[in-house]
Structure formats: structure tokens, C-alpha cells
Design a protein around this ligand. Structure first.
Ligand code: VGL
Ligand code: ZN
Length: 198
């Protein structure tokens, strides 16, 4: 069985001091680096939005970050501007071992659809190509780590489980945002789909 480590969005904007800082987001970097040696394949994801992206509160008049609006594909939390393509905030945390990565997959480039998951945009139908990459390399078991547990890790884990991968999320190497109980909802959603939280 071939196993891959999928490292979700360990980028400056999700770490302390960043635009959408996840509490203690930087505390997982050393542990993630150490874990890379245990896997055949390492994939990094990078949230990579064009300026003016529709997930930014600043793109909607009268809206402030963390409000929820209805988009054609469903409810969307509005975020502070973050991970703008080419910005320092979009860069990986400086201590992350990016040299070890077999693949870096970028997401969130479509100006009108957000993309939390490493597999599909939030319309849950536009693919990123990661599924094909993993299948063509006979990867069947995935371990997910990174930021944020309740958004991008959660969506990625759910999609991976629905696609038939065996999925585990290593919570010690994740950190969450926890908006209105989103962390416990995420845990429930993931376990319901057969994701192991370890
Ligand atoms: C993320 C909110 C917006 C994440 C990305 O990586 O969890 N959250 N964009
Ligand atoms: Zn984003």
C-alpha cells in the first residue's frame, strides 16, 4: 500500500502574524517536517487566490470578515484578504521542508469559487487534479495534517473519504480556526464519513 502525507496550507497568512492567523498555526511545522520521512509521497497544498477573490469580505460592499453569505454553490464564510498569489502571506512558512515535496497543488484560483479542499472547489465538482495524481501513483492511504482543521483539512478529508481513499487526520499536527463550533462540527462530519482522527 502506498501512503501519502498531504500537508494542507502551512502558509504565512495562516500562522501568527498572518492575515488569517490560526492560533498556534506555526507550532505544527517541526512535527510535520519530521513526519515527512515516513511517507512514500508528500503533497503540499497552497491556498492561492487572485486579488479581489470572492471569498474576501473586502470584495462585497458592506460585508465584514467572518460573515456568511449565500453563493451559487452554497453558504460561504467571508474572510480577510489572504494568500494572494505571489504575496509573502501566500508563501509557505519559512521553516516548512518544501524540498521534500513531490507535488505542490494550488487551489482557490477561480475568482468566483472558493476552494477549501485539495480535491475539489467548493462547488464540490470542479476537480484540482489531485485525485488523478494519487491514483496514477497507486496511493490509497492518506494522512492529512496542516491548517485549518475545521476548514481546508476538513473539506479535504471529507472529499478524500468520499473518493474511496483510506484517510486519517493527525490532529496533533493540525490547528483549527473554530468559528461558532466549526471544530466540533468538522470532527463529527469527518468521523461520520469514516475518516480516522488520530
Ligand atoms: C482556509 C479559510 C480560507 C484554510 C483557506 O486553509 O483552512 N480557510 N481559506
Ligand atoms: Zn482561502
Amino acid at each position: 500500500m502506498t501512503q501519502a502525507l498531504i500537508v494542507i496550507d502551512v502558509q504565512n497568512d495562516f500562522c501568527p502574524g498572518g492575515a488569517l492567523a490560526v492560533p498556534d498555526g506555526d507550532q505544527i511545522v517541526a512535527g510535520i517536517n519530521a513526519r515527512m520521512a515516513d511517507f512514500d509521497t508528500v503533497v503540499l497544498t497552497q491556498d492561492w487566490h487572485p486579488a479581489g477573490h470572492s471569498s474576501f469580505a473586502s470584495s462585497h460592499s458592506g460585508k465584514t470578515p467572518y460573515e456568511v453569505i449565500d453563493m451559487p454553490y452554497g453558504p460561504q464564510v467571508l474572510w480577510p484578504d489572504h494568500c494572494v498569489q505571489g504575496s509573502e502571506g501566500a508563501a509557505f512558512h519559512a521553516a516548512l521542508s518544501t524540498d521534500r515535496a513531490d507535488l505542490i497543488i494550488r487551489k482557490g484560483m477561480n475568482p468566483v469559487i472558493d476552494s477549501y479542499s485539495a480535491f475539489f472547489e467548493n462547488d464540490r465538482s470542479t476537480a484540482t487534479g489531485l485525485e488523478g495524481y494519487l491514483r496514477s501513483r497507486q496511493v490509497s492511504k492518506l494522512t492529512l495534517v496542516g491548517l485549518a482543521t475545521d476548514f481546508c483539512v476538513n473539506y479535504s478529508a471529507q472529499d478524500a473519504a468520499r473518493l474511496g481513499f483510506e484517510v486519517q487526520v493527525e490532529e496533533a499536527l493540525c490547528r483549527g480556526i473554530d468559528l461558532d463550533g466549526s471544530l466540533s462540527t468538522a470532527r463529527h462530519e469527518m468521523t461520520t464519513l469514516g475518516v480516522s482522527l488520530v
